[in-house]
Design a binder for this molecule. Structure first.
Ligand code: ADP
Length: 323
């Protein structure tokens, strides 16, 4: 089985060939979308194996996604196909401010009907890292339970669990419900990966060090806070129980589309953990993948290979960062 597993809702992504409005679009070339899908592509391009757990409809979108994953080398053996519910898709149009507009067609999708027994289809042999996000766990009560069951099974197999909260407030009944459910899941994980504003929302604290203490006190081993376009910081505990801290600046790039920076970043964290990089090298890599990602309009097609990443890190100027 692959070194990494992820669970999520992959979607077909129809990207308008116009900017600002769909009305002028004449063509909608198809790509793939979904945060966990972007992470899977990132990990795979960086030379590591990853498998995807999900449920897809018995339809053309599902066929496209499975074919694409198979062609990319993403393991599809834990993907279920069901009839009676469609595979989700989305429409995306670029905008001049770098924040594209996206319309989703995913309500009641096959993925949103995933149940915890899908965990029985997952073979953990050889798996070292499980990546989960707050998106899939927000879809329905069943997907929340499914993510919990997968995390529990992974931990029972000694797998490191990495959690990117990736909040989707509109999918929850209230902000409080989202915060409580997210923190319950976070408490089970080994590596927690919030953006600064996400960390503030979920911990109720403002400064990165205070956010880190909140989650370190919960028993999470490593907290990595993304500091937006300036870089990132990793917190942990040393042998004496004191807080450790490593801050690493990001790179100077021209921004085209900010979607997927955090997913690219997560893929760099995952491969860095697999390769036992120290925190400086791990964050340098994760920052680099995030920075490369914002230079591409696609959610995943700009993600770098090992060689592209090496050259980018060697030749791209750094920004300044401080906590
Ligand atoms: P998210 O998609 O989760 O909001 P962020 O915007 O925090 O993710 O970006 C994740 C990481 O990607 C950042 O920590 C940084 O390393 C890198 N990054 C994001 N935006 C830029 C940018 N404009 N320039 C350089 N690096 C960036």
């Amino acid at each position: 089985m692959p070194e990494v597993m992820t669970i999520g809702e992959p979607m077909v992504n129809l990207i308008a060939d116009s900017t600002e409005t769909y009305l002028e679009a004449r063509q909608l070339p198809r790509q793939m979308a979904g945060a966990e899908f972007n992470v899977a592509i990132g990990v795979s391009r960086q030379g590591h194996s990853i498998g995807y757990v999900t449920q897809l409809g018995d339809d053309w979108q599902g066929d496209l996604i499975v074919d694409y994953m198979n062609a990319t080398g993403i393991d599809t053996s834990a993907i279920r196909r069901v009839s009676g519910a469609a595979t989700g898709f989305q429409l995306k149009v670029r905008s001049s401010d770098g924040e594209p507009k996206v319309i989703y067609f995913r309500a009641g999708s096959a993925a949103s009907k995933t149940t915890p027994d899908i965990v029985d289809d997952v073979d953990f042999t050889g798996v070292r890292i499980l990546h989960v996000t707050g998106i899939f766990s927000a879809l329905t009560d069943q997907t929340y339970e499914t993510v919990n069951a997968l995390v529990d099974a992974a931990k029972a197999h000694g797998v490191t669990v990495l959690f990117d909260p990736n909040p989707r407030p509109t999918l929850w009944p209230s902000q409080q419900a989202m915060i409580e459910a997210t923190n319950r899941l976070a408490a089970k994980c080994d590596v927690f990966l919030p953006g600064l504003s996400e960390g503030q929302l979920f911990s109720g604290r403002q400064a990165p060090r205070d956010i880190a203490d909140y989650y370190l006190d919960m028993g999470i081993g490593k907290i990595i806070v993304k500091l937006g376009d300036t870089g990132s910081v990793a917190f942990g505990r040393n042998a004496d129980g004191g807080r450790t801290e490593v801050v690493v600046p990001s790179f100077v790039v021209d921004v085209v589309d900010t979607v997927g920076a955090g997913d690219g970043f997560a893929s760099g964290v995952i491969t860095g953990l697999l390769e036992d990089l120290d925190d400086d090298a791990l964050l340098e890599r994760a920052n680099a993948v995030g920075a490369i990602q914002v230079t591409s309009v696609s959610d995943s097609e700009g993600l770098p290979t090992v060689e592209e990443l090496r050259k980018f890190i060697a030749f791209t100027p750094r920004k300044e960062v401080e906590l």
